[in-house]
Write a protein that binds this ligand. Structure first.
Ligand code: SF4
Length: 107
């Protein structure tokens, strides 16, 4: 991104966070541009600069999990309260909790 002299501060907006990182654009791009990776790098850059308005974070470890739009999309049509707990926690914290539960039940 720095090679392109792009200023993330000037493009902060919700549209950037609509990308679901599905890689469809990367798959079909005739020029082989990995646009999905570009979007992720741009978001990382914004997060590093403290732009967290459109991002979701794990309630346990506080790491970035997904855009708020994606979270809302995933919750649509689901049992909200059960799905919210499951979706908010990042994969690493879910795994740690799962392992803790396994050890507790194995005793
Ligand atoms: S990865 Fe590409 S096609 Fe998929 S949502 Fe993001 S920009 Fe759109």
């Amino acid at each position: 991104m720095e090679q392109l002299s792009l200023d993330p501060e000037s493009i902060e907006g919700e549209a950037l966070w609509y990308c679901l990182t599905c890689r469809e654009c990367t798959f079909y791009c005739p020029s082989g541009i990995n646009f999905q990776r570009f979007m992720m790098a741009l978001r990382d850059s914004l997060l590093a600069r403290g732009h967290t308005k459109f991002a979701m974070f794990c309630p346990i470890c506080k790491s970035y999990t997904m855009p708020k739009k994606e979270f809302e999309y995933l919750l649509k049509g689901t049992d909200l309260e059960k799905a919210r707990d499951l979706l908010e926690v990042c994969p690493q914290c879910k795994k740690a909790d799962y392992v803790k539960t396994l050890h507790r039940t194995a005793r």
